[in-house]
Design a protein around this ligand. Structure first.
Ligand SMILES: C[S@@+](CC[C@H](N)C(=O)[O-])C[C@H]1O[C@@H](n2cnc3c(N)ncnc32)[C@H](O)[C@@H]1O
Length: 407
């Protein structure tokens, strides 16, 4: 054994001291050290598991999502977070949320056991960083989205893969989603007639990278693509293809408030209608234009400086990506680029957030997250060359890929 017993005892005591007083570390601002600590802690916990821990933890992964959803639905997490550091009793929480006190007790007992809340006394419950995270829009949309849209697709995956002899799914018209949801419609079409689920999906798209960097951290868009001498008010500088409610267009406008030129959001009709009905803050104010466009049709905006695709190509298998890219290529001018904002998976040690996303794509869309080699092959076959790839997150291996036509 490499570590001596006394060293491990001292380590355990140090960790316990931190865990008993988490405020000493939870407001750590150094993001690199923060990530090191949480990854090391997570891996240490897994390395120390005995068989029963592993099996019971994995058996109950679905319960965590279901229980989180109940905490969100009932307002338990909100109520605890709004108590501003004060602990609440079981009966207060039951009264405020209209939950049977007997059920409340069992919920709270479960939440504290997974550190989703704190329990400073026998009948005293408080909020921690996880409780507060579960009150965010990222959590409220994401938990509901995964429970209703992704969950059934995940559940059906073993049966689907067994039936298809463990072939990597590439047919978006027949994948685990269809088996899990008992539908012939693909998810983006299905959601057109399921407004509640679309209402989970849209904010999830806008918030699922909250707290991480953006491509603006590594690429100065205005300087690279919008020099004043070649850009005027009429120049389309940014087309946000499949841009959902336009959160990336808004981020661009806010990053470069003096940038000259037009910014256009494109998405399916049902999404653009939502943008019209309830635009995100900043959308109208910054003059972003919304346009219905199916990216399997000819791209109507010619000669834009940048056609931006964020988390769009990962929704599609290679042959469908080639169609999307061909439509953009046909509209590009001599100064146009395609900006692909996606994960680029490393060959070794891909992070868990990225590998999970890969399975989300597989299960719901017969699609995938791609490695550097896979991106190069896909773009090459679609007639593009990569000018540069910048990585901007470690958590998801998010990168901005600048691609231009080969000739
Ligand atoms: C995974 S989301 C990504 C949204 C946004 N780009 C982002 O990064 O948050 C994929 C988007 O593609 C849109 N979409 C799906 N099929 C489409 C189609 N055929 N034409 C245009 N948009 C489509 C969806 O409505 C959705 O907004």
């Amino acid at each position: 054994m490499d570590c001596k017993l006394e060293e491990l005892t001292a380590l355990a005591e140090k960790i316990e001291a931190i865990v008993n007083k988490p405020e000493t570390v939870t407001d750590l601002k150094n993001e690199v050290l923060r990530r090191r600590l949480r990854e090391a802690g997570r891996k240490l916990s897994l390395a120390m598991e005995v068989t029963g821990d592993t099996v019971h933890r994995i058996n109950n992964t679905q319960l965590q999502l279901a229980a989180a959803r109940i905490g969100i639905q009932t307002g338990i997490f909100n109520t605890l977070a709004e108590a501003n550091g004060s602990a609440l009793t079981n009966s207060t929480l039951a009264e405020k949320t209209q939950v049977d006190p007997a059920l409340m007790k069992r919920l709270l007992r479960y939440y504290q056991s997974l550190d989703m809340i704190t329990q400073p006394g026998d009948d005293a419950y408080g909020a921690n960083n996880i409780t507060r995270a579960l009150t965010s829009l990222c959590a409220t949309s994401g938990v509901n989205f995964f429970a209703t849209i992704i969950g059934p697709s995940y559940n059906a995956l073993p049966e689907f893969l067994q039936k298809t002899c463990y072939a990597a799914p590439t047919d978006p018209s027949n994948c685990s989603w269809h088996l899990g949801h008992r539908t012939d419609l693909p998810p983006f079409v299905w959601m057109q007639t399921h407004p509640e689920e679309l209402g989970y999906f849209m904010p999830w798209m806008a918030t699922n990278r909250d707290g991480l960097g953006t491509f603006h951290d590594v690429l100065d868009f205005e300087r690279e693509f919008c020099c004043r001498d070649v850009t005027d008010e009429q120049t389309v500088v940014f087309v946000d293809v499949g841009g959902a409610m336009g959160h990336q267009s808004i981020a661009l406008r806010q990053r470069y408030p003096d940038m000259v030129g037009r910014v256009i959001l494109q998405d399916q009709a049902v999404v653009i209608e939502r943008v019209g009905e309830s635009p995100l803050p900043g959308f109208v104010e910054t003059g972003i234009e919304a346009m219905v466009h199916d990216f399997f049709d000819v791209q109507p905006v010619q000669g834009a400086r940048a056609y931006y695709l964020r988390n769009v190509l990962h929704d599609w298998p290679d042959h469908k990506c080639a169609e999307i890219l061909a439509n953009i290529k046909g509209a590009m001018g001599k100064d146009s680029v395609v900006l692909i904002d996606e994960m680029v998976l490393p060959e070794r040690g891909a992070p868990w957030r990225a590998t999970q996303a890969d399975f989300t794509m597989m299960a719901s869309l017969a699609a995938k997250e791609r490695s550097d080699t896979e991106w190069r092959v896909l773009l090459d076959e679609a007639g593009f060359k990569i000018r540069k790839i910048w990585k901007y997150t470690d958590e998801c291996e998010d990168c901005i890929v600048v691609a231009v036509p080969k000739e």
